[in-house]
Design a protein around this ligand. Structure first.
Ligand SMILES: [Zn+2]
Length: 339
């Protein structure tokens, strides 16, 4: 904290006589002492107001020579509301900044809840590792996670390979542009039901959910749509393979039902080819409604086969809105063009 002064001209007075030269003409000035941080021209708060009387003839200063009611009258005349208010500029700006910051925090909490309830692929999760997994070392407090697929009431998350001691380092990692590298996240997927996610949010194991806009977070590109996400050896793929194996011996009705069972398992944990196979099964069985449900989930991950199948089958169902679907897919950043 530093101090500055502002001097106000207050005219002249002849209410007293100088003890040095007996002159009765005095110049009146107001002096405001104010506190500031760094910028002298941005007063933070006023501290002291005083009246200074200078003898016009000998220039001696007579500050305590006037009666207090006269001094108060001068103060009232000099230190007007519109003179004093700007002295509070720093304080007012600080309060506004705090209010703005708090509003930002509030917005983040509201959006986190919204994103958690209606998850999208590529939503980013700020994770408190200590609350999610026990016995972590102190430098493993926080990490980033990302949704890689969404199934029926479950999402698959992948975790960042990197952990941090401080929460704000997650944001720094995003701002440094590291996140877009496909090696940033480990391949292993972890399944969570929507209920479990809500519980983790309540326990503050999930601290924040951020959804990229135009593939960007904090101004940085975080998703590279040109790189295919590796399917890995996930459970979803395993179930899908089993389903396809049953389809190869589909001359038996029992095998077709088994295939559907495995495609459903694969689809439910968010494996895209499993969702498409299940949809094909439903289309063959003339259950277009159910097919569209799964095709939409796969389409929202940008799968072109799913998008095409959806658009082909949508007109068969009265309630299906192909235009809205196309708009949604485009809004997510995917192309409608056929392969
Ligand atoms: Zn004098």
């Amino acid at each position: 904290m530093e101090y500055g002064y502002r001097i106000l001209a207050g005219g002249e007075t002849n209410e007293l006589s100088c003890c040095h030269c007996q002159n009765e003409q005095f110049t009146v000035k107001g002096k405001i002492k104010y506190a500031f941080f760094i910028l002298q021209y941005l007063p933070f708060v006023p501290l002291k107001r005083e009246v200074i009387l200078t003898c016009n003839q000998c220039q001696n200063v007579h500050n305590n020579a006037l009666e207090s009611n006269i001094v108060n009258d001068i103060k009232k005349r000099l230190f007007k509301f519109y003179i004093i208010l700007p002295m509070f500029t720093g304080l007012i700006l600080s309060l506004l900044a705090i209010a703005y910051w708090q509003y930002g925090q509030y917005q983040e909490r509201v959006l986190t809840q919204e994103y958690l309830s209606t998850p999208y692929v590529n939503d980013f999760y700020f994770i408190n590792n200590q609350k999610l997994l026990e016995n972590q070392r102190p430098n493993q407090n926080y990490r980033l996670a990302k949704i890689v697929s969404i199934g029926n009431n479950v999402v698959s998350l992948v975790y960042a390979r990197f952990t941090f001691q401080h929460k704000n380092m997650i944001k720094q990692d995003i701002q440094s542009g590291m996140v877009i590298d496909s090696r940033y996240f480990a391949k292993k997927q972890y399944l969570f039901t929507f209920d479990k996610l809500q519980q983790l949010l309540n326990e503050e194991a999930i601290l924040l959910v951020k959804r990229p806009q135009y593939n960007r977070l904090y101004g940085n590109l975080v998703i590279d749509n040109t790189v295919k996400v590796s399917k890995g050896d996930s459970l979803g793929q395993f179930f899908n393979n089993k389903g396809e194996a049953f389809m190869r011996i589909s001359h038996l009705q029992e095998n077709i039902n088994n295939a559907r069972k495995y495609f459903l398992k694969s689809a439910e944990i968010g494996y895209t080819p499993g969702q498409i196979n299940l949809s094909r099964w439903y289309i063959n069985d003339a259950k277009i409604d159910q097919a569209l449900y799964w095709l939409k989930l796969a389409s929202y991950k940008g799968d072109k086969t799913a998008i095409n199948l959806y658009l082909v089958n949508c007109p068969k169902v009265e309630e299906c809105d192909g235009i809205k679907f196309s708009a949604d897919v485009t809004a997510l950043g995917f192309s409608l063009m056929a392969r």
